[in-house]
Design a protein around this ligand. Sequence first.
Ligand SMILES: [Zn+2]
Length: 222
Amino acid sequence: MDEDGSQEKIIVAENKQRGIDIFDICLFISTTELCIGYLRGVGLLVVKRICSICNIEMSKIKRKDISDGEFFRCTECMTKISIRKDSIFENSRLQLKHLMMIVYFFGIDLQIYECGKLIHSLSHTTVIEWFSILRGICSKVLIDMPWKLRRDISGNVIEIDESLFGKKRKYHRGTGNQNVWVFGATERSTRNAFMQIVEKRDMATLLPIIKMHIETGSTIFF
Ligand SMILES: [Zn+2]
């Protein structure tokens, strides 16, 4: 790997175009340097770090005898900082290549029990824990996301729909209505979407949601 990770930047850019697959993953986990380069390329590890004491950029020091193979060190005060600091991997003892595989498994919707079949050293509990962390991150990103659905340049429309989700009550046992209405919209071309639980399906309930999530001027298909 060259010093600024440009080789990895190219690989990451190519994969953004076509999506990552198992061959790419095997390549990235084949060496610690490639793994770190990839994780930096997609923003899961920081690329640079400034020493909070000296206010200068810290150096990346490579060491084969530590599990991550690299750490940051300030050339002035000699403070050492893990490359995982301020990342989602900060508190994990798992190797980066295992963490990268877990993120990949989560991304391709693999079932938790299937992950253990692919990596025997991963315990069921570890995968459950990590999938929960990753679900939490995804939820936060979706909730905080400022974008609105909109008609794209080719004039594709936005489809909206409502569905009833719920459990059937066996032998009419249990109390209360366990069904919920979910209202959602999808950009037909990109499949970007949002969903929201609603109590009612009248215009007074749905209109503010449409205004919040769909750009004005978009064509909506019911
Ligand atoms: Zn320093």
